[in-house]
Unconditional design. Sequence first.
Lengths: 254, 321
Amino acid sequence: MSKLLSPNAGPASLPRRIMQQGRYETITMLRNGEQLILAVVLPLMALVGLVVTPLLDGLGGSRVDVATPGILALCAMSTAFTGQGIATGFDRRYGVLRFLSTTPLGRGGLIAGKILAVLVVLFLQVLVVGAVAGLLGWQPRLEAWLPAVGVLVLGAAAFTALGLLVAGTVRPEATLAITNLLWILLGALGGIVVPAERLPPLLQGIVQVLPSGALGQALRDAFLLGAVPFPAVVVLLLWTILAGAAAVRWFKWN
Amino acid sequence: MRSPDSPVLTINGLIKDVGPLASLDGKMLRVVSGLSLVAERGQVTALLGANGAGKTTTLECAQGLQKRTGGSISLLGADPDTAGADLRSRVGVMLQDGGLPPSARPIPLLRHVAGMYQKPMNVDALVERLGINQFSRTSVRRLSGGQKQRLALAAALIGNPEILFLDEPSAGLDPQSRQMVFELIAELRDAGMGIVLTTHLMDDAERLADYVYIIDGGHNVVEGTVAELLRHDHAADSAITDRTLYFDAPGGLDFTGAVSGGLQITETRSGSYSITGAITPKDLASLTAWWAERNIMPASLRLEARSLEDVFLDISGRDLR
Protein backbone atom coordinates (compact mmCIF):
# COMPACT_ATOMS: atom_id res chain seq x y z
CA MET A 1 0.00 0.00 0.00
CA SER A 2 1.27 3.42 -0.90
CA LYS A 3 2.33 5.57 2.03
CA LEU A 4 0.37 8.50 0.64
CA LEU A 5 -2.86 6.83 -0.33
CA SER A 6 -5.55 5.94 2.19
CA PRO A 7 -9.05 4.59 1.59
CA ASN A 8 -11.48 7.09 0.14
CA ALA A 9 -13.77 8.44 2.86
CA GLY A 10 -16.18 10.44 0.72
CA PRO A 11 -16.85 14.15 0.40
CA ALA A 12 -16.94 16.77 3.14
CA SER A 13 -20.51 17.80 4.01
CA LEU A 14 -22.28 20.21 1.66
CA PRO A 15 -22.29 23.16 4.12
CA ARG A 16 -18.56 22.64 4.76
CA ARG A 17 -17.79 22.57 1.04
CA ILE A 18 -19.76 25.77 0.43
CA MET A 19 -18.16 27.50 3.45
CA GLN A 20 -14.74 26.41 2.21
CA GLN A 21 -15.37 27.79 -1.28
CA GLY A 22 -16.98 30.96 0.07
CA ARG A 23 -13.99 31.63 2.33
CA TYR A 24 -11.54 30.99 -0.49
CA GLU A 25 -13.39 33.28 -2.92
CA THR A 26 -13.75 36.00 -0.26
CA ILE A 27 -10.01 36.01 0.43
CA THR A 28 -9.29 36.06 -3.31
CA MET A 29 -11.62 39.05 -3.80
CA LEU A 30 -10.17 40.96 -0.87
CA ARG A 31 -6.61 40.38 -2.09
CA ASN A 32 -7.42 41.79 -5.52
CA GLY A 33 -6.28 45.43 -5.52
CA GLU A 34 -8.25 46.56 -8.57
CA GLN A 35 -11.35 45.00 -7.11
CA LEU A 36 -10.88 46.89 -3.83
CA ILE A 37 -10.71 50.18 -5.71
CA LEU A 38 -14.05 49.42 -7.35
CA ALA A 39 -15.58 47.97 -4.20
CA VAL A 40 -14.54 50.55 -1.61
CA VAL A 41 -12.38 53.44 -2.85
CA LEU A 42 -14.58 54.69 -5.72
CA PRO A 43 -17.86 54.37 -3.74
CA LEU A 44 -16.32 56.34 -0.85
CA MET A 45 -15.09 59.04 -3.27
CA ALA A 46 -18.60 59.22 -4.76
CA LEU A 47 -20.06 59.50 -1.25
CA VAL A 48 -17.79 62.40 -0.33
CA GLY A 49 -18.44 64.02 -3.71
CA LEU A 50 -22.21 63.87 -3.22
CA VAL A 51 -21.94 65.24 0.30
CA VAL A 52 -19.82 68.28 -0.63
CA THR A 53 -21.82 69.22 -3.77
CA PRO A 54 -25.45 70.38 -3.95
CA LEU A 55 -26.44 67.70 -6.47
CA LEU A 56 -28.84 65.92 -4.12
CA ASP A 57 -30.26 68.96 -2.33
CA GLY A 58 -34.03 69.20 -2.00
CA LEU A 59 -34.80 65.47 -2.16
CA GLY A 60 -36.30 65.17 1.29
CA GLY A 61 -33.26 64.62 3.46
CA SER A 62 -29.77 65.80 4.24
CA ARG A 63 -27.18 65.23 1.49
CA VAL A 64 -25.59 62.30 3.30
CA ASP A 65 -28.99 60.72 4.07
CA VAL A 66 -29.92 60.74 0.37
CA ALA A 67 -26.44 59.77 -0.85
CA THR A 68 -25.55 56.84 1.41
CA PRO A 69 -28.30 54.36 0.34
CA GLY A 70 -27.29 54.92 -3.30
CA ILE A 71 -23.64 54.33 -2.43
CA LEU A 72 -24.58 51.05 -0.72
CA ALA A 73 -26.44 50.05 -3.89
CA LEU A 74 -23.33 50.95 -5.90
CA CYS A 75 -21.29 48.68 -3.61
CA ALA A 76 -23.62 45.77 -4.34
CA MET A 77 -23.16 46.37 -8.08
CA SER A 78 -19.34 46.56 -7.70
CA THR A 79 -19.01 43.29 -5.90
CA ALA A 80 -21.82 41.17 -7.33
CA PHE A 81 -21.71 42.29 -10.95
CA THR A 82 -18.28 43.66 -11.87
CA GLY A 83 -16.10 41.89 -9.29
CA GLN A 84 -17.65 38.44 -9.38
CA GLY A 85 -18.28 38.70 -13.13
CA ILE A 86 -14.63 39.37 -13.95
CA ALA A 87 -13.34 36.75 -11.48
CA THR A 88 -15.69 34.12 -12.90
CA GLY A 89 -14.84 35.04 -16.49
CA PHE A 90 -11.13 34.47 -15.90
CA ASP A 91 -11.75 31.34 -13.82
CA ARG A 92 -13.64 30.00 -16.81
CA ARG A 93 -10.77 30.87 -19.16
CA TYR A 94 -8.21 29.08 -16.99
CA GLY A 95 -10.35 25.97 -16.54
CA VAL A 96 -10.78 26.61 -12.81
CA LEU A 97 -14.55 26.19 -13.04
CA ARG A 98 -14.14 22.87 -14.85
CA PHE A 99 -11.58 21.55 -12.39
CA LEU A 100 -13.60 22.56 -9.31
CA SER A 101 -16.75 21.06 -10.80
CA THR A 102 -14.99 17.67 -10.90
CA THR A 103 -14.27 17.87 -7.15
CA PRO A 104 -17.01 17.15 -4.59
CA LEU A 105 -17.79 20.89 -4.65
CA GLY A 106 -19.56 20.52 -8.02
CA ARG A 107 -21.24 23.24 -10.07
CA GLY A 108 -23.97 23.99 -7.55
CA GLY A 109 -21.49 24.30 -4.70
CA LEU A 110 -19.28 26.55 -6.79
CA ILE A 111 -22.16 28.98 -7.46
CA ALA A 112 -23.22 28.84 -3.80
CA GLY A 113 -19.65 29.61 -2.72
CA LYS A 114 -19.54 32.60 -5.07
CA ILE A 115 -22.84 33.96 -3.72
CA LEU A 116 -21.57 33.50 -0.17
CA ALA A 117 -18.38 35.43 -1.01
CA VAL A 118 -20.42 38.27 -2.54
CA LEU A 119 -22.54 38.51 0.61
CA VAL A 120 -19.52 38.52 2.93
CA VAL A 121 -17.72 41.22 0.91
CA LEU A 122 -20.94 43.23 0.69
CA PHE A 123 -21.30 43.01 4.48
CA LEU A 124 -17.76 44.40 4.90
CA GLN A 125 -18.55 47.18 2.41
CA VAL A 126 -21.68 48.14 4.36
CA LEU A 127 -19.58 48.34 7.54
CA VAL A 128 -16.93 50.58 5.93
CA VAL A 129 -19.34 52.81 3.98
CA GLY A 130 -21.74 52.99 6.94
CA ALA A 131 -18.89 54.04 9.25
CA VAL A 132 -17.62 56.76 6.89
CA ALA A 133 -21.17 57.98 6.24
CA GLY A 134 -21.72 58.03 10.00
CA LEU A 135 -18.71 60.31 10.36
CA LEU A 136 -20.26 62.54 7.68
CA GLY A 137 -23.49 62.75 9.70
CA TRP A 138 -25.58 59.85 8.36
CA GLN A 139 -28.24 58.84 10.88
CA PRO A 140 -30.26 55.92 9.48
CA ARG A 141 -33.36 54.91 11.39
CA LEU A 142 -32.79 51.66 13.21
CA GLU A 143 -36.01 50.08 11.88
CA ALA A 144 -34.89 50.79 8.31
CA TRP A 145 -32.09 48.23 8.47
CA LEU A 146 -34.18 45.07 8.21
CA PRO A 147 -35.95 45.97 4.93
CA ALA A 148 -32.75 47.60 3.66
CA VAL A 149 -30.70 44.44 4.17
CA GLY A 150 -33.42 42.42 2.43
CA VAL A 151 -33.36 44.79 -0.57
CA LEU A 152 -29.56 44.78 -0.65
CA VAL A 153 -29.46 40.98 -0.71
CA LEU A 154 -32.06 40.90 -3.48
CA GLY A 155 -30.07 43.47 -5.45
CA ALA A 156 -26.89 41.43 -4.95
CA ALA A 157 -28.75 38.36 -6.25
CA ALA A 158 -29.91 40.22 -9.38
CA PHE A 159 -26.44 41.59 -10.09
CA THR A 160 -24.71 38.25 -9.35
CA ALA A 161 -27.02 36.55 -11.85
CA LEU A 162 -26.25 39.26 -14.43
CA GLY A 163 -22.52 39.04 -13.74
CA LEU A 164 -22.51 35.26 -14.13
CA LEU A 165 -24.57 35.55 -17.32
CA VAL A 166 -21.97 37.86 -18.87
CA ALA A 167 -19.01 35.86 -17.52
CA GLY A 168 -20.42 32.58 -18.78
CA THR A 169 -21.20 33.65 -22.32
CA VAL A 170 -18.43 35.94 -23.60
CA ARG A 171 -14.64 35.95 -23.45
CA PRO A 172 -13.11 37.20 -20.17
CA GLU A 173 -11.64 40.30 -21.84
CA ALA A 174 -15.14 41.19 -23.03
CA THR A 175 -16.53 40.48 -19.56
CA LEU A 176 -13.93 42.87 -18.15
CA ALA A 177 -14.93 45.59 -20.61
CA ILE A 178 -18.70 45.08 -20.37
CA THR A 179 -18.94 44.89 -16.58
CA ASN A 180 -16.64 47.89 -16.02
CA LEU A 181 -18.41 49.98 -18.66
CA LEU A 182 -21.84 49.12 -17.28
CA TRP A 183 -20.63 49.88 -13.76
CA ILE A 184 -19.68 53.40 -14.86
CA LEU A 185 -22.79 53.95 -17.03
CA LEU A 186 -25.27 52.54 -14.52
CA GLY A 187 -23.40 54.17 -11.66
CA ALA A 188 -23.64 57.61 -13.26
CA LEU A 189 -26.90 57.42 -15.21
CA GLY A 190 -28.66 54.26 -14.03
CA GLY A 191 -30.51 55.81 -11.12
CA ILE A 192 -28.32 54.13 -8.57
CA VAL A 193 -26.56 57.06 -6.83
CA VAL A 194 -28.36 59.90 -8.59
CA PRO A 195 -32.13 59.40 -8.18
CA ALA A 196 -34.28 59.20 -11.30
CA GLU A 197 -35.85 62.61 -10.67
CA ARG A 198 -32.43 64.27 -11.07
CA LEU A 199 -31.77 62.56 -14.42
CA PRO A 200 -32.80 63.86 -17.88
CA PRO A 201 -36.52 63.18 -18.52
CA LEU A 202 -35.66 60.71 -21.28
CA LEU A 203 -33.86 58.47 -18.79
CA GLN A 204 -36.37 58.67 -15.97
CA GLY A 205 -38.74 56.06 -17.34
CA ILE A 206 -35.93 53.73 -18.33
CA VAL A 207 -34.03 53.65 -15.04
CA GLN A 208 -37.12 52.55 -13.12
CA VAL A 209 -37.04 49.19 -14.87
CA LEU A 210 -33.26 48.82 -14.64
CA PRO A 211 -31.86 46.79 -11.71
CA SER A 212 -29.66 49.77 -10.83
CA GLY A 213 -32.56 52.22 -10.67
CA ALA A 214 -34.79 49.79 -8.78
CA LEU A 215 -32.08 48.97 -6.22
CA GLY A 216 -31.14 52.64 -5.67
CA GLN A 217 -34.80 53.66 -5.34
CA ALA A 218 -35.68 50.79 -3.00
CA LEU A 219 -32.74 51.47 -0.68
CA ARG A 220 -33.38 55.23 -0.57
CA ASP A 221 -37.06 54.66 0.23
CA ALA A 222 -36.17 52.10 2.88
CA PHE A 223 -33.81 54.46 4.68
CA LEU A 224 -35.59 57.78 4.03
CA LEU A 225 -39.26 56.74 4.23
CA GLY A 226 -39.03 53.47 6.14
CA ALA A 227 -40.96 51.69 3.38
CA VAL A 228 -39.88 49.53 0.49
CA PRO A 229 -41.55 50.39 -2.84
CA PHE A 230 -43.32 47.33 -4.22
CA PRO A 231 -42.66 48.01 -7.96
CA ALA A 232 -38.89 48.27 -7.37
CA VAL A 233 -38.86 44.92 -5.56
CA VAL A 234 -40.77 43.35 -8.45
CA VAL A 235 -38.26 44.77 -10.93
CA LEU A 236 -35.35 43.33 -8.94
CA LEU A 237 -37.07 39.96 -8.62
CA LEU A 238 -37.72 39.83 -12.35
CA TRP A 239 -34.11 40.65 -13.19
CA THR A 240 -32.94 37.96 -10.78
CA ILE A 241 -35.23 35.33 -12.24
CA LEU A 242 -34.65 36.24 -15.89
CA ALA A 243 -30.85 36.66 -15.63
CA GLY A 244 -30.59 33.57 -13.43
CA ALA A 245 -32.58 31.46 -15.91
CA ALA A 246 -30.55 32.84 -18.82
CA ALA A 247 -27.30 32.06 -16.97
CA VAL A 248 -28.46 28.51 -16.25
CA ARG A 249 -29.42 28.12 -19.91
CA TRP A 250 -26.42 29.71 -21.64
CA PHE A 251 -23.52 29.57 -19.18
CA LYS A 252 -20.62 27.76 -20.86
CA TRP A 253 -18.29 26.05 -18.42
CA ASN A 254 -15.40 25.77 -20.85
CA MET B 1 -4.84 -9.94 -18.88
CA ARG B 2 -7.56 -7.87 -17.26
CA SER B 3 -8.21 -8.02 -13.55
CA PRO B 4 -11.37 -9.85 -12.47
CA ASP B 5 -12.62 -7.01 -10.17
CA SER B 6 -15.33 -4.68 -11.41
CA PRO B 7 -13.83 -2.09 -13.76
CA VAL B 8 -13.42 1.51 -12.63
CA LEU B 9 -14.59 2.74 -16.02
CA THR B 10 -16.56 1.13 -18.83
CA ILE B 11 -17.35 3.06 -21.98
CA ASN B 12 -19.59 1.49 -24.58
CA GLY B 13 -20.12 2.94 -28.05
CA LEU B 14 -19.52 6.52 -26.97
CA ILE B 15 -20.69 9.16 -29.44
CA LYS B 16 -20.10 12.87 -29.02
CA ASP B 17 -21.21 15.54 -31.46
CA VAL B 18 -20.18 19.15 -31.02
CA GLY B 19 -21.51 22.23 -32.67
CA PRO B 20 -23.08 23.73 -34.54
CA LEU B 21 -20.93 26.67 -33.41
CA ALA B 22 -17.75 24.66 -33.12
CA SER B 23 -17.51 23.73 -36.75
CA LEU B 24 -17.32 26.16 -39.63
CA ASP B 25 -20.17 25.06 -41.87
CA GLY B 26 -22.84 25.16 -39.17
CA LYS B 27 -23.16 21.38 -39.06
CA MET B 28 -22.58 19.13 -36.10
CA LEU B 29 -19.12 17.65 -35.91
CA ARG B 30 -18.76 14.09 -34.64
CA VAL B 31 -15.59 14.08 -32.51
CA VAL B 32 -16.15 10.67 -30.91
CA SER B 33 -17.80 7.94 -32.95
CA GLY B 34 -18.42 4.62 -31.23
CA LEU B 35 -15.53 4.44 -28.80
CA SER B 36 -15.49 1.59 -26.27
CA LEU B 37 -13.04 0.84 -23.49
CA VAL B 38 -12.68 -0.79 -20.09
CA ALA B 39 -10.30 0.42 -17.36
CA GLU B 40 -9.51 -1.79 -14.38
CA ARG B 41 -8.43 -1.18 -10.81
CA GLY B 42 -4.71 -1.43 -10.18
CA GLN B 43 -3.91 -0.80 -13.83
CA VAL B 44 -2.79 2.08 -15.99
CA THR B 45 -5.00 2.29 -19.05
CA ALA B 46 -3.67 4.55 -21.80
CA LEU B 47 -5.58 6.21 -24.62
CA LEU B 48 -2.97 6.71 -27.28
CA GLY B 49 -3.64 8.86 -30.30
CA ALA B 50 -2.68 11.90 -32.30
CA ASN B 51 -3.96 15.37 -31.49
CA GLY B 52 -7.64 15.62 -32.37
CA ALA B 53 -8.24 11.87 -32.15
CA GLY B 54 -10.96 12.40 -29.51
CA LYS B 55 -9.03 11.43 -26.37
CA THR B 56 -9.75 14.53 -24.30
CA THR B 57 -13.42 14.61 -25.33
CA THR B 58 -13.76 10.97 -24.27
CA LEU B 59 -12.22 11.72 -20.89
CA GLU B 60 -14.42 14.77 -20.39
CA CYS B 61 -17.54 12.74 -21.14
CA ALA B 62 -16.36 10.16 -18.59
CA GLN B 63 -15.76 12.92 -16.03
CA GLY B 64 -19.22 14.43 -16.55
CA LEU B 65 -17.73 17.66 -17.92
CA GLN B 66 -19.37 17.11 -21.31
CA LYS B 67 -22.71 15.47 -22.01
CA ARG B 68 -22.42 12.58 -24.42
CA THR B 69 -24.57 12.31 -27.54
CA GLY B 70 -24.84 8.53 -27.40
CA GLY B 71 -23.48 5.34 -25.89
CA SER B 72 -23.11 4.44 -22.24
CA ILE B 73 -20.53 5.23 -19.59
CA SER B 74 -20.19 3.53 -16.22
CA LEU B 75 -17.84 5.38 -13.87
CA LEU B 76 -17.35 3.34 -10.67
CA GLY B 77 -20.72 1.79 -11.50
CA ALA B 78 -22.57 5.09 -11.94
CA ASP B 79 -23.48 7.44 -14.79
CA PRO B 80 -21.12 10.46 -14.73
CA ASP B 81 -23.85 12.76 -16.10
CA THR B 82 -25.89 12.37 -12.92
CA ALA B 83 -22.92 12.16 -10.55
CA GLY B 84 -23.28 13.57 -7.06
CA ALA B 85 -20.65 14.64 -4.59
CA ASP B 86 -20.19 11.06 -3.36
CA LEU B 87 -19.14 9.84 -6.77
CA ARG B 88 -17.04 12.92 -7.49
CA SER B 89 -15.11 12.40 -4.26
CA ARG B 90 -13.91 9.01 -5.55
CA VAL B 91 -12.71 10.42 -8.88
CA GLY B 92 -9.51 12.45 -9.34
CA VAL B 93 -9.17 14.63 -12.43
CA MET B 94 -6.12 16.30 -13.89
CA LEU B 95 -7.19 18.47 -16.82
CA GLN B 96 -4.96 19.17 -19.79
CA ASP B 97 -4.89 22.90 -19.07
CA GLY B 98 -4.47 22.39 -15.32
CA GLY B 99 -7.53 24.33 -14.21
CA LEU B 100 -5.67 26.09 -11.41
CA PRO B 101 -6.37 29.74 -10.52
CA PRO B 102 -3.37 31.86 -11.65
CA SER B 103 -3.24 34.02 -8.53
CA ALA B 104 -3.22 31.07 -6.10
CA ARG B 105 -0.16 29.78 -4.27
CA PRO B 106 0.38 26.01 -4.34
CA ILE B 107 -0.07 25.03 -0.70
CA PRO B 108 -3.13 27.17 0.17
CA LEU B 109 -4.69 25.94 -3.07
CA LEU B 110 -4.08 22.29 -2.16
CA ARG B 111 -5.43 22.86 1.35
CA HIS B 112 -8.51 24.45 -0.20
CA VAL B 113 -9.17 21.49 -2.49
CA ALA B 114 -8.41 19.10 0.41
CA GLY B 115 -11.22 20.83 2.35
CA MET B 116 -13.75 19.34 -0.08
CA TYR B 117 -13.05 15.81 1.20
CA GLN B 118 -13.85 14.01 4.42
CA LYS B 119 -10.39 12.50 4.79
CA PRO B 120 -7.94 13.90 2.24
CA MET B 121 -4.31 12.95 1.77
CA ASN B 122 -1.74 14.57 3.99
CA VAL B 123 -0.97 17.81 2.10
CA ASP B 124 2.58 18.07 3.47
CA ALA B 125 3.48 14.51 2.47
CA LEU B 126 2.05 14.99 -1.03
CA VAL B 127 3.83 18.33 -1.44
CA GLU B 128 7.10 16.72 -0.36
CA ARG B 129 6.60 13.73 -2.61
CA LEU B 130 6.01 15.79 -5.76
CA GLY B 131 8.72 18.34 -5.00
CA ILE B 132 6.12 21.13 -4.73
CA ASN B 133 7.90 22.58 -1.66
CA GLN B 134 10.61 23.83 -4.05
CA PHE B 135 8.15 26.36 -5.48
CA SER B 136 5.56 26.67 -2.71
CA ARG B 137 5.91 30.47 -2.50
CA THR B 138 5.36 31.09 -6.21
CA SER B 139 1.93 31.91 -7.61
CA VAL B 140 0.48 29.50 -10.20
CA ARG B 141 0.85 32.11 -12.96
CA ARG B 142 4.66 32.16 -12.51
CA LEU B 143 5.16 28.39 -12.38
CA SER B 144 6.84 26.54 -15.22
CA GLY B 145 4.80 24.10 -17.28
CA GLY B 146 6.22 21.12 -15.40
CA GLN B 147 5.63 22.70 -11.99
CA LYS B 148 2.01 23.46 -12.90
CA GLN B 149 1.63 19.90 -14.08
CA ARG B 150 2.88 18.47 -10.76
CA LEU B 151 0.59 20.80 -8.82
CA ALA B 152 -2.40 19.77 -10.95
CA LEU B 153 -1.52 16.12 -10.29
CA ALA B 154 -1.39 16.81 -6.56
CA ALA B 155 -4.79 18.53 -6.72
CA ALA B 156 -6.24 15.53 -8.55
CA LEU B 157 -4.84 13.11 -5.96
CA ILE B 158 -5.61 14.98 -2.77
CA GLY B 159 -8.97 13.25 -2.17
CA ASN B 160 -7.62 9.65 -2.32
CA PRO B 161 -9.50 8.82 -5.52
CA GLU B 162 -10.28 5.29 -6.67
CA ILE B 163 -9.94 6.34 -10.30
CA LEU B 164 -7.53 8.97 -11.53
CA PHE B 165 -7.86 10.69 -14.92
CA LEU B 166 -4.68 12.20 -16.32
CA ASP B 167 -4.92 14.17 -19.55
CA GLU B 168 -1.42 14.31 -21.08
CA PRO B 169 0.39 13.88 -17.73
CA SER B 170 3.91 14.22 -19.09
CA ALA B 171 3.32 17.44 -21.07
CA GLY B 172 5.90 20.06 -20.14
CA LEU B 173 7.79 17.83 -17.70
CA ASP B 174 11.58 17.85 -17.64
CA PRO B 175 13.26 14.41 -17.40
CA GLN B 176 13.60 14.55 -13.59
CA SER B 177 9.99 15.53 -12.91
CA ARG B 178 8.84 13.02 -15.50
CA GLN B 179 10.66 10.30 -13.60
CA MET B 180 9.14 11.55 -10.33
CA VAL B 181 5.61 11.60 -11.77
CA PHE B 182 5.96 8.20 -13.44
CA GLU B 183 7.21 6.59 -10.23
CA LEU B 184 4.27 8.02 -8.32
CA ILE B 185 1.80 6.80 -10.95
CA ALA B 186 3.30 3.31 -10.74
CA GLU B 187 3.10 3.38 -6.96
CA LEU B 188 -0.56 4.46 -7.00
CA ARG B 189 -1.34 1.75 -9.53
CA ASP B 190 0.31 -0.84 -7.32
CA ALA B 191 -1.77 0.46 -4.41
CA GLY B 192 -4.90 -0.43 -6.40
CA MET B 193 -5.90 2.86 -7.99
CA GLY B 194 -7.32 2.67 -11.51
CA ILE B 195 -5.52 5.19 -13.70
CA VAL B 196 -6.77 6.36 -17.09
CA LEU B 197 -4.44 8.60 -19.04
CA THR B 198 -4.19 10.07 -22.50
CA THR B 199 -0.98 10.62 -24.36
CA HIS B 200 0.27 11.12 -27.85
CA LEU B 201 3.73 9.97 -26.77
CA MET B 202 4.39 6.31 -27.48
CA ASP B 203 7.18 6.35 -24.95
CA ASP B 204 4.77 7.28 -22.13
CA ALA B 205 2.47 4.43 -23.05
CA GLU B 206 5.35 1.94 -23.30
CA ARG B 207 6.72 2.93 -19.91
CA LEU B 208 3.49 3.35 -17.97
CA ALA B 209 0.58 1.51 -19.45
CA ASP B 210 -0.69 -1.93 -18.59
CA TYR B 211 -3.28 -1.72 -21.32
CA VAL B 212 -3.35 0.55 -24.37
CA TYR B 213 -6.18 1.70 -26.59
CA ILE B 214 -5.03 3.28 -29.82
CA ILE B 215 -7.58 5.95 -30.75
CA ASP B 216 -7.98 7.48 -34.15
CA GLY B 217 -10.80 9.37 -35.82
CA GLY B 218 -12.92 9.23 -32.66
CA HIS B 219 -12.88 5.51 -32.00
CA ASN B 220 -10.54 2.80 -30.77
CA VAL B 221 -8.78 0.96 -33.58
CA VAL B 222 -6.55 -1.47 -31.70
CA GLU B 223 -6.17 -2.46 -28.05
CA GLY B 224 -3.96 -4.71 -25.97
CA THR B 225 -1.12 -4.83 -23.52
CA VAL B 226 2.04 -3.13 -24.71
CA ALA B 227 3.58 -6.57 -25.31
CA GLU B 228 0.55 -7.69 -27.30
CA LEU B 229 0.62 -4.59 -29.44
CA LEU B 230 4.31 -5.03 -30.16
CA ARG B 231 3.61 -8.60 -31.30
CA HIS B 232 0.53 -7.46 -33.14
CA ASP B 233 1.06 -8.40 -36.73
CA HIS B 234 -0.98 -7.24 -39.64
CA ALA B 235 0.14 -10.32 -41.52
CA ALA B 236 -1.02 -9.09 -44.87
CA ASP B 237 1.05 -5.95 -44.61
CA SER B 238 4.64 -6.43 -45.69
CA ALA B 239 5.58 -3.01 -44.33
CA ILE B 240 5.43 -4.40 -40.79
CA THR B 241 8.96 -4.74 -39.53
CA ASP B 242 10.51 -6.61 -36.68
CA ARG B 243 13.78 -4.71 -36.61
CA THR B 244 15.51 -1.98 -38.49
CA LEU B 245 19.26 -1.53 -38.85
CA TYR B 246 20.36 1.99 -39.67
CA PHE B 247 23.89 2.88 -40.73
CA ASP B 248 25.89 5.49 -42.60
CA ALA B 249 28.48 4.42 -45.12
CA PRO B 250 29.78 5.68 -48.50
CA GLY B 251 26.91 6.29 -50.90
CA GLY B 252 25.81 4.09 -53.77
CA LEU B 253 26.80 0.72 -52.38
CA ASP B 254 24.99 -2.39 -53.64
CA PHE B 255 24.33 -4.71 -50.69
CA THR B 256 22.65 -7.44 -52.69
CA GLY B 257 23.89 -10.73 -51.36
CA ALA B 258 25.30 -9.19 -48.16
CA VAL B 259 22.20 -10.13 -46.13
CA SER B 260 19.43 -12.68 -46.54
CA GLY B 261 17.05 -12.12 -49.40
CA GLY B 262 13.83 -11.32 -47.44
CA LEU B 263 15.23 -8.11 -46.00
CA GLN B 264 14.50 -4.76 -47.49
CA ILE B 265 17.49 -2.51 -48.13
CA THR B 266 16.93 1.19 -48.76
CA GLU B 267 19.28 4.10 -49.17
CA THR B 268 17.10 6.85 -47.70
CA ARG B 269 19.52 9.53 -48.83
CA SER B 270 23.01 9.22 -50.23
CA GLY B 271 25.09 7.23 -47.74
CA SER B 272 22.23 6.60 -45.24
CA TYR B 273 21.01 3.03 -45.34
CA SER B 274 18.35 1.08 -43.55
CA ILE B 275 17.77 -2.65 -43.59
CA THR B 276 14.36 -3.73 -42.34
CA GLY B 277 12.80 -7.11 -41.71
CA ALA B 278 13.36 -10.17 -39.57
CA ILE B 279 17.07 -9.51 -39.07
CA THR B 280 18.96 -12.52 -37.60
CA PRO B 281 22.41 -12.65 -35.94
CA LYS B 282 23.54 -14.38 -39.12
CA ASP B 283 22.55 -11.33 -41.16
CA LEU B 284 24.61 -9.11 -38.88
CA ALA B 285 27.63 -11.41 -39.21
CA SER B 286 27.43 -11.58 -43.00
CA LEU B 287 26.89 -7.83 -43.29
CA THR B 288 29.95 -6.99 -41.16
CA ALA B 289 31.98 -9.63 -43.06
CA TRP B 290 30.91 -7.97 -46.31
CA TRP B 291 32.11 -4.61 -44.96
CA ALA B 292 35.42 -6.19 -43.75
CA GLU B 293 36.15 -7.66 -47.19
CA ARG B 294 35.76 -4.21 -48.75
CA ASN B 295 37.35 -2.30 -45.84
CA ILE B 296 34.15 -0.27 -45.29
CA MET B 297 33.82 1.30 -41.84
CA PRO B 298 30.29 2.63 -41.22
CA ALA B 299 30.19 6.13 -39.73
CA SER B 300 27.24 5.15 -37.53
CA LEU B 301 25.36 1.98 -36.75
CA ARG B 302 22.06 1.53 -34.90
CA LEU B 303 19.67 -1.38 -34.48
CA GLU B 304 16.08 -0.71 -33.41
CA ALA B 305 13.36 -3.09 -32.37
CA ARG B 306 9.78 -2.49 -33.36
CA SER B 307 8.34 0.21 -31.10
CA LEU B 308 4.81 1.15 -30.19
CA GLU B 309 5.37 4.11 -32.44
CA ASP B 310 5.80 1.77 -35.41
CA VAL B 311 2.62 -0.02 -34.42
CA PHE B 312 0.80 3.27 -34.10
CA LEU B 313 2.05 4.73 -37.37
CA ASP B 314 1.38 1.44 -39.08
CA ILE B 315 -2.20 1.23 -37.81
CA SER B 316 -3.18 4.84 -38.26
CA GLY B 317 -1.41 5.00 -41.62
CA ARG B 318 -2.90 1.81 -42.94
CA ASP B 319 -6.46 1.87 -41.71
CA LEU B 320 -7.37 5.48 -41.53
CA ARG B 321 -5.61 7.83 -43.86
